[in-house]
Write a new protein. Structure first.
Length: 273
């Protein structure tokens, strides 16, 4: 595994289980070439702006973080591999690792406890593959407590494509609030002391928007990756980041199945009883 000592941009999720991610980290030990895990949502321009504002303290100390994705069902893929959790790690891993990565990035903290409620309500229930019905989750709420006291919530619905925005992120601090939306490509900042509400359009080149999904972010991520390869430096998204996003997704899958919260000790997720 990883025999060539060349820069790698690895698609998300890094693996479909935290255990396999740990094996990749061990295999990468001693490499001098970087491995970057592709987490495009970091690079959507409105999301990038929200992250910058939170980290520079625009809204004071961050207290609450909400991430909503209301979107279309899973697309058809080769041999419909994405219809079964055994192939993907489950929706919370394969799809939502993006959001768990964003939670850690925006809060600059680590999860200590997670509780999730979700299920398969609408999508793919009439499909059959070798007599099997797909089992992937199409809706969920996930609540995460972080070690600095911040609470985060993911709201996922994959049968809600008729929406103004597919993704919405809301960060609330003790002195204000920041919201961003995609594809409306806006950031709104509200400050309590001045009672000021500012709406900021975040333009993205039309050519980038037409080139693919994720609101131009693939271009910006590849540009950053190229600069790292050309000039040196460390990946924005490390193998450790990739592992932690998968571990959080797997914990959400566990919590949904069991109805119980999951606690984190280091990179390990342990079901609370």
């Amino acid at each position: 595994m990883l025999p060539a000592n060349l820069p790698i941009l690895a698609q998300k999720p890094l693996c479909t289980s935290a255990e396999d991610c740990q094996r990749v980290l061990k295999a990468a030990a001693g490499r001098t070439a970087p491995v970057w895990v592709a987490m495009e949502y970091r690079y959507m321009p409105p999301v990038t702006r929200l992250i910058e504002e939170v980290h520079k303290g625009t809204i004071g100390k961050l207290r609450m973080l909400s991430l909503r994705e209301h979107r279309y069902p899973f697309l058809q893929k080769v041999d419909d591999w994405n219809r079964f959790a055994r192939n993907t790690g489950g929706t919370m891993v394969e799809k939502c690792c993006h959001f768990f990565d964003l939670m850690r990035l925006i809060t600059a903290a680590e999860p200590i406890r997670l509780y999730a409620s979700g299920g398969q309500a609408v999508n793919h229930l009439n499909e059959r593959y070798n007599g099997e019905t797909p089992d992937i989750i199409d809706n969920a709420f996930v609540i995460v407590d972080f070690d600095d006291g911040v609470r985060a919530c993911l709201d996922l619905c994959m049968f809600a494509e008729i929406s103004r925005d597919q993704e919405e992120i809301v960060a609330v601090g003790d002195s204000g609030k920041i919201e961003c939306g995609i594809p409306s490509s806006t950031v709104t900042i509200g400050l309590r002391e001045s009672d000021r509400l500012e709406h900021i359009p975040i333009p993205v080149d039309a050519g980038l928007l037409a080139a693919g999904h994720h609101h131009g972010s693939t271009f910006f991520q590849h540009k950053q990756f190229f600069e790292m390869v050309r000039s040196g430096g460390a990946p924005d998204v490390s193998l450790e980041d990739g592992l932690k996003a998968v571990a959080m997704g797997a914990a959400a899958e566990t919590s949904i199945r069991s109805g119980l919260p999951v606690e984190f000790i280091g990179n390990a997720a342990i079901q609370a009883v």
